[in-house]
Design a protein around this ligand. Structure first.
Ligand code: SAM
Length: 199
């Protein structure tokens, strides 16, 4: 009898312990993929736009060349595609009222953070805006560090929207049809200064 009882208990199924390991691993992996997508996405999407304009920060020499070109100028300054905000913050330090237009949300947040750390928040502002949809009417000084494929279309936009006596500084790639007033720097650090003819 005892042996029958023992047999029964030994074949009795123990309640299965539920394992959550699989869920935890899957959840963690999904979280990592989502995080990478969230952070890297804004840096990758420029490649999918009509004009591919990736984030390449201006070199120190380029920054220097831009402000050598704008020496003696004042008023409102805009950087079209402001990246990490280095040109806009430098413009604010040089007493311009400066604005950066940038599509990448992380770069906008970083630029605002840096401007606030440097006490420049009132003179250096940033918005997450498409440069093609941003009106240029209010600016006295426009800076663009673009790519060659966009310069013809941008030139048209500048001519159509800018006010009198504006100055445009193009970094690395010149405007295709307007004769520059000045050119400084060499190679990738070359910048061109333009006075825009009114139609
Ligand atoms: C070559 S980087 C120049 C960065 C900055 N101006 C500098 O000189 O350090 C171009 C920037 O334009 C931004 N960008 C690309 N397409 C844009 C668009 N349609 N509107 C606004 N910003 C854009 C990119 O995210 C990138 O930060």
């Amino acid at each position: 009898m005892e042996s029958v009882l023992n047999e029964t208990s030994s074949t009795e199924r123990k309640p299965e312990k539920k394992s959550y390991t699989g869920y935890i691993i899957t959840g963690t992996l999904a979280g990592i993929v989502f995080g990478i997508h969230l952070i890297a996405g804004p840096f990758i999407t420029p490649a999918l736009r009509r004009v591919c304009l990736p984030f390449v920060p201006a070199s120190e020499e380029q920054v220097d060349n831009v402000f050598r070109m704008l020496k003696g100028r004042k008023g409102k300054f805009v950087d079209l595609g402001s990246g990490d905000g280095r040109l806009v913050r430098e413009a604010a330090k040089k007493s311009f009222t400066a604005h950066g237009v940038e599509m990448n949300v992380w770069l906008v947040l970083y630029s605002k953070f840096k401007a606030s750390r440097e006490g420049l928040s009132s003179k250096a502002t940033f918005s997450r805006t498409d440069l093609w949809k941003h009106s240029l009417q209010q600016y006295d000084n426009i800076v663009i560090f673009g790519v060659q494929s966009m310069m013809k279309e941008l030139e048209k936009k500048i001519i159509a929207e800018c006010k009198d006596d504006v100055r445009v500084v193009a970094c690395r790639f010149p405007l295709p049809n307007i004769e520059p007033e000045a050119e400084i720097g060499t190679g990738v650090d070359t910048v061109w200064l333009y006075k825009i003819p009114k139609m």
